[in-house]
Design a protein around this ligand. Structure first.
Ligand code: KIV
Length: 289
């Protein structure tokens, strides 16, 4: 059961201290006109309220990615991620944002069975989180599902190229489309979900030439991750670009080195506790003199 009410003016779960109008699926879709996107679309992942608050002013979209399986829960892949996890984190991100469109990933096993199964899962995600869109992986095989959802009030972001939920079929997380046949399949996948009504498409881990063909071949904006600058926008996993992990994929640019900074702060704290130099009078409750 949801624990909040939605402010219908801002689409925010609790009224924003800075009322504003949230980005919508149509407003994102409209950013691409006659095959061109004037200003690239900015998307980052968020899984918590506070991170959402910090990212929201800078982003057009926040993605509650199922990458939270690895990033938050230490799971080996996105396969074990559940609808319960996505709903809990999705609601937190909606509560922490007021400007960006929040999209929530549909986890593995929650939508592939049939369009009806996808509708049941997606409608639960939207009711429990207040998000404005869902994302699902897959191309031609998922086109009827994308069509089913979009005709029933659920905006859908597609995801083609490297699709991490299919890791067991793909055999790893390497870039896709190195061979002609696979490149053609990725382009056909993107066209199929574009025709089915996806309002934008995440294109992950592909050769630049494929990104070129996809971005120029579909009407919906293409949001790249490891897919070159040819796309209509970019998305990264926030923890990757903040440098929270020792290893990051080649396509990630590190904008900070938070792992070192957090480690350094924890080391200083531990030293001060052991030396009894924290807490000082400044951090201590005493009667006022
Ligand atoms: O789960 C996720 O974070 C994603 C992005 C990498 C696009 O799908």
């Amino acid at each position: 059961m949801s624990t909040f009410t939605i402010d219908t003016r801002t689409s925010r779960a609790t009224p924003s201290p800075v009322p504003g109008k949230r980005m919508t699926a149509p407003s994102i879709r409209a950013r691409k006109v006659k095959g061109k996107t004037e200003e690239p679309i900015v998307m980052l992942t968020a899984y918590t309220m506070r991170t959402a608050q910090l990212l929201d002013p800078h982003c057009d979209m926040l993605l509650v990615g199922d990458s939270l399986g690895q990033v938050i829960y230490g799971l080996p892949s996105t396969i074990p991620v559940t609808l319960d996890m996505m709903c809990a984190h999705g609601a937190a991100v909606v509560r922490g944002s007021w400007h960006a469109l929040v999209a929530v990933d549909m986890p593995f096993g929650s939508y592939e069975g049939s369009p009806e199964q996808a509708f049941a899962s997606a409608s639960r995600i939207m009711k429990e989180t207040g998000c404005a869109a869902v994302k699902l992986e897959g191309g031609e095989a998922m086109a009827p599902t994308v069509d089913f959802l979009t005709h029933r009030g659920i905006p859908v972001i597609g995801h083609v190229g490297l699709t991490p939920q299919a890791v067991n079929v793909l055999g790893g997380y390497g870039a896709r489309g190195k061979e002609k046949q696979e490149a053609a399949k990725i382009i056909a996948d993107a066209k199929a979900i574009d025709d089915a009504g996806a309002f934008c498409i995440v294109l992950e881990g592909v050769m630049e030439a494929i990104a070129d063909d996809v971005a120029s071949g579909v009407g919906a904006p293409v949001i790249g991750i490891g897919a070159s600058a040819r796309c209509d926008g970019q998305v990264l996993v926030t923890e990757d670009m903040l440098g929270l992990f020792e290893r990051t994929p080649r396509f990630v640019k590190r904008y900070d080195d938070l792992a070192s900074r957090i480690g350094e702060a924890a080391r200083t704290y531990a030293e001060e506790v052991r030396a009894r130099s924290f807490p000082t009078a400044d951090q201590t409750y005493r009667p006022k003199s």
